[in-house]
Design a protein around this ligand. Sequence first.
Ligand SMILES: [Zn+2]
Length: 104
Amino acid sequence: MRYELALRKLVEFVARRASALNQRYELRELVSPSITPLMDKAIDKIVLSIVRRDSGLWCNLCDKGPFTKRGFYLHLIRVHQRDIEFMVKEELNKLLEVVNKTSR
Ligand SMILES: [Zn+2]
């Protein structure tokens, strides 16, 4: 899968997990098998940093809320696509660095 496309799908994956919506893809379809378990944990970390659950879903990035699941998903995709993309890229790069080091 092309990197840009995978990245866009990963952003969607993060937004869906943060909103507790059903996923359209499995994580292992989006990243290489060698980093899937680590990326899964990294995404949990990202999700914890962007959502606050307090009678509804609140956005930690801009403090708006409360949202419904669907509303929060749309908010993340419309307003914070770039922010999430940045976080996902950062985690991916970290993991790929680790994987490359250990396979040398
Ligand atoms: Zn927000």
